[in-house]
Design a binder for this molecule. Sequence first.
Ligand SMILES: C[S@@+](CC[C@H](N)C(=O)[O-])C[C@H]1O[C@@H](n2cnc3c(N)ncnc32)[C@H](O)[C@@H]1O
Length: 375
Amino acid sequence: MRAFAVARAVRGIEPLVAAEIKKLGVVRRLRHREVWFEAPEPGPDLLGLRTADDVLLVAAVVDGVGPGRAALERLRRAAEGADAGTALRLRRTAAPPGGRGRPVEARTASRASGDGRRPVEVSATFVGRRSYSRFDVEDAVGAGLSRALGVPYHSRAGGVAPPPGAVPWRVTIEDDQAVIAVRLGDRPLHRRPYKEDSIPGTLHPPLAAAMVALTGLADPGRDHHGRGAGQVVLDPCCGAGTTLAEAGLLLPRARLVGVDHSPASVRAAAANARRAGVALTPVVGDAGRLPLPSGSVDRVLVNPPWGRQVAAAGLLARDGGLLWREVRRVLAPGGLVVALTGDVPDGFRVERAIEVSLSGRHPVLTVLRPARRRR
Ligand SMILES: C[S@@+](CC[C@H](N)C(=O)[O-])C[C@H]1O[C@@H](n2cnc3c(N)ncnc32)[C@H](O)[C@@H]1O
């Protein structure tokens, strides 16, 4: 059965998400933080999308949703008339209870009653100023879905968490168009099961996956086993190892090296990699003097410690430029760097820059190549 679906994305990387989706379906449209697509045979592989934050199965697209409060009644009616039953049936076949993305507590609930009889919870987001809140939208759509499906709706308005096993519905509104959809999995895709260990300033996994996509090694056309064959991928400030876990999952044949000044970060990276089933060489070291031979690395992925949450330590605390001198030294001919930085470091040229928007900040995904040395 064909599914009309929406992938949610970090603002700025929608085209990278669309490129990943092309393996599984036909991309119809890009919106703010969304890629709309049709999947001819929706299956659990949709839950394997790495650059998307989430995948939703659409029950209704509602036009004429203006900024005034009249929009709420329009949304309630649309939810009541939406084809919620079909979206839930698709969800059951594409992501069966007990399968990938459907955790134990939800499995128990759905075995007992089926998705169609589980309570609903709704989470809404919109772009632009409106004279209603996200909770108003959630309650309007929740009331409509509750009536359509004959199940209770649990509002988040009072700050009460929805009961385990509630079916997660999403509403997104841009301009005057709303989408009412059910989440494919029971939890958002960006919450990676491997990422139990974390550090301050750790990277959002879909952004890390986007960095891997920008290495050019994760070409969807290559066969899975060939991807990254023999290539050495380094993160010189690896933190909890998010870039390398994602690299290992997208490039199963790459050799992954994670360096960090903090032993606790290196331990976190090693534990996350183990859970992800990825072979990582973890190294406690200083990115200002990398313990690697010159010309030995094909790709560098890095989110340097100049952010608000993480301070540079060791040699980088005195001279941040050492990071880039070392990265340049270890890069093999033809190598490139994908960094989360707005700066153009000395000795590199920018091949591509994508500004993203995440939690109120606007880092830049930058693809850097060593510049030719001046004679
Ligand atoms: C922004 S965090 C990286 C987060 C990482 N990408 C993740 O997903 O968890 C920056 C990291 O740089 C490390 N760091 C700071 N100074 C360093 C140095 N001189 N050499 C290597 N790592 C350093 C910090 O310990 C921290 O883990």
